[in-house]
Each structure stands twice: as C-alpha cells, then as structure tokens.
Design a binder for this molecule. Structure first.
Ligand code: RTP
Length: 156
C-alpha cells in the first residue's frame, strides 16, 4: 500500500451497499478528493460471500460476523476505492468517523449519514498492514493508476 508515512501511502476504502443504495457515492468520493487525496483505483463490485468473508476474516469469531457478511453481500454493489496521499490511512479513519455512530463526530462521514452500527455506510483500512492486505484482496496491479494530480504541488 505505497510507503507508510509518505505521500504514496495508500488506503482501501469501501462504500458499503447502504451508501450505494442511498446514492451518496459522489458525496463520499468528493470528500476525499477535496481533502487532496488521489484516486488510484475505483470499481463497483457485487461481492461474493467468499470475498466478504475474507475481507472481514479478523472478525470471524464475533457474534455480528454472519450478519455483517450478509449485509456486504446483499446483492447491492459496493464501491471499492484506493486513495493515496499523506497520512491517508489515519486521516481516512478520522474522515470516516467512529464505528458506532453514537460516537462518530458529527462532521465525519458516518457522523453525517449513519445512525446504526450495522449500517454505517463506509469502510476504511485501519492500519498499513490492513491496507496492504485489503488492496491486494480487492484489486490487481493493472487496476491501479499512476499519475500526478495537478493540484498536488499545492496540497502536499
Ligand atoms: P470497518 O472495518 O467496516 O471500517 O469498520 P470498523 O473498523 O470501524 O469496525 P470493525 O470493528 O472492524 O467492524 C467492522 C464492521 O462490522 C459491523 N459491526 N457491527 N455490534 C455490531 O453489530 C457491529 N459491530 C461492528 C460494522 O459495519 C463495522 O463497520
């Protein structure tokens, strides 16, 4: 996932089926673009059970895991994204907000759009290790673009 702590750091972000169904994909993408992050990869995917289970494998023992997998594989697509830029992993988590909407900052994405922990709109990688694993799980190298946004010299 790029180099941790550099401008090439990358994070995996997924707009979950509720975000797609509620038609706020553009608003969410805009937040990352406006912050200055570079869109490196984007696709709409209707995840298989296998993909959803592997993505959340660390939560396999949790009681909410089966419901979580059902939610992600509802049949409505998700939008898989890779964003690049300075501190994008930690900053992305802050922009997304706390998992439980009761704790998410009102200015965050979840704090703006979500009221239920089980329907919280969006996922973002929580560490460099997770980002590396998730980008590799959802994308292949050919799907990742390399370019320099014209705004970058003024942002970073
Ligand atoms: P995510 O992985 O989706 O970015 O979420 P997160 O790190 O903020 O939270 P995590 O603990 O990894 O949980 C993953 C997702 O599982 C669902 N969840 N449901 N008590 C519950 O019903 C419950 N707890 C978690 C949420 O969709 C959460 O984002």
């Amino acid at each position: 996932a790029g180099q941790e702590g550099t401008f090439s750091e990358r994070s995996f972000v997924m707009i979950k089926p509720d975000g797609v169904s509620r038609q706020i994909v553009g608003k969410i993408i805009s937040r990352f673009e406006e912050r200055g992050y570079k869109l490196v990869a984007v696709k709409s995917v209707t995840p298989s059970k296998e993909l959803a289970k592997e993505h959340y494998v660390d939560l396999a023992q949790r009681p909410f895991y089966p419901g979580l997998v059902d939610y992600i594989t509802s049949g409505t697509p998700v939008v898989a994204l890779v964003w690049e830029g300075k501190d994008v992993i930690r900053q992305g988590r802050r922009m997304v907000g706390a998992t439980n909407p009761l704790q998410s900052d009102p200015g965050s994405i979840r704090g703006t759009y979500a009221v239920s922990v089980g329907r919280n709109i969006i996922h973002a990688s929580d560490s460099f290790e997770s980002a590396t694993k998730e980008i590799g799980l959802w994308f292949n190298d050919k799907e990742m673009s390399s370019y320099q946004p014209t705004a970058w010299p003024w942002i970073f």
